[in-house]
Design a protein around this ligand. Sequence first.
Ligand SMILES: [Cu+2]
Length: 150
Amino acid sequence: MTVSRAPSLAALLVFATGGAWAGGTGALRADAAWIRVLPGDLPAAAYLTLRNAGDEEVALTGARSASYRRIMLHRSAGVGGMEGMVPVARLPVPAHGAVRLAPGGYHLMLMDAVRPIAPGRKVTLTLIFDGGREKLDVAFLARPANATGP
Ligand SMILES: [Cu+2]
């Protein structure tokens, strides 16, 4: 492992904008972002693939949205159902790697919708990395309860 003499360019960029720069450093990319909307007051789940083209690991630590009052990062520990979900504090996206949030695995749990979200609509979530060091606005496509992909 080499010891770098200066902060990375990415760190400098985030520092220069006070960490409030939605859109990330350009190293992070989101693909196939979708939300499974369930009827009534049931929480929805958000899925996507996160790609990190940078030289440093970044970790997803949470998300915010104007459309949901509470969002948590979860992992499904069992099969199916709402039961068997465990909270996840941080989900690493390896340098030059990717991580997939998908049914049966990692997901963002979207709770307390401000208003009902109809399938076909887009919902913006602000993904938060490393506790706020980076942020990325991602448009998620709302899909019906029986959807299995974006
Ligand atoms: Cu969950």
